[in-house]
Design a protein around this ligand. Structure first.
Ligand code: RRO
Length: 285
């Protein structure tokens, strides 16, 4: 899959992701109302990763539902990412995306770039359990819960999501960071802080998947710095059953999906595996 936030704003872009070899597509996180997001600069290419503070720009659920309908009518599997600032918001947006034909929903409780009440639901296990529960009982589709690496015990947070009824965990969102320009003596991003993604995030995200695998029984979708087949295999060995690709799409374009799939196949045939499932969690012994 593509990671939420990358080529997920409309059905034409998501169609392109699917036609480029992704098994399913993930939307940008959709909220109750349209949002323009933060002012530029909102993205810095650090070479070893990206730092973004987009600020949840999205067309709002009413508009996006139409994009979702058009996409799913052609049989393309859609995971609709969504957020809210209250439980009622989360439930309302999730229900609308469910009704619009999304095949699964990804609850984003982990954006590092907005005010606390909207961003870091996934830092509080109790709250996350409750919101997951309320959403799960309101929708008919599988519910993924996307977690933040900016927590002390991600296993505990994942457990709370599982207890709330999550069908899968997506791990992880971006790691909070910042860049200061010494000439201007100011943070570069308008938002000051942002979320670190790409290769720099990979060891952290992989460790998160490892810990989550030891703490829950539901499937894990790995996300953070995947750009080759070998990266994806590392995630499978740590316990993920699928991966999402974000920053690498920005650097290498949509061809990265086929290249990663090809790399996974190459590894599997060389090592004598026939199904990805055989790799899942293997590094735990
Ligand atoms: O839009 C963003 O600033 C953003 C979101 Br919603 C998120 O979940 N993760 C991220 O790094 N940026």
């Amino acid at each position: 899959m593509n990671a939420a936030g990358v080529l997920g704003m409309n059905q034409m872009l998501m169609r392109r992701v699917y036609e480029s070899g992704a098994g399913a597509v993930v939307s940008k996180s959709i909220g109750p109302e349209p949002r323009v997001g933060h002012e530029n600069p909102t993205f810095i290419n650090l070479g070893y990763g990206g730092l973004n503070a987009m600020g949840l720009p999205n067309p709002g659920v009413e508009h996006f539902a139409e994009e979702a309908r058009q996409l799913t009518a052609s049989g393309i599997p859609l995971v609709a990412s969504f957020f809210g600032s209250t439980v009622e918001d989360f439930v309302r947006v999730a229900r609308a995306l469910d009704a619009a034909g999304a095949d699964a929903l990804e609850l984003n409780g982990s954006c590092p770039n907005v005010a606390e009440e909207m961003g870091m639901l996934a830092a509080d296990p109790e709250n996350l359990r409750m919101v997951t529960w309320e959403v799960k009982r309101s929708v008919s589709k599988p519910l993924f819960v996307k977690l933040s690496p900016n927590v002390t015990d991600i296993g505990e947070v994942a457990k709370a999501a599982e207890e709330g009824g999550a069908d899968a965990i997506t791990a992880v969102n971006t790691l909070k960071g910042m860049v200061i320009n010494p000439d201007f003596k100011k943070p570069v991003l308008t938002n000051r802080t942002g979320g670190l993604s790409g290769p720099a995030l990979k060891p952290v995200a992989l460790r998160c998947v490892w810990e989550i695998y030891q703490s829950v029984g539901i499937p894990i979708v790995g996300c953070g710095g995947v750009s080759t087949g070998r990266d994806a295999v590392e995630y499978f060995l740590a316990g993920a059953s699928a991966v999402q690709i974000g920053t690498a799409v920005m650097h290498r374009g949509v061809k990265v999906f086929r290249e990663v799939c090809g790399g996974i196949e190459e590894y599997m045939s060389r090592e004598g595996f026939t199904e990805v499932g055989e790799l899942v969690g293997l590094a735990h012994g």
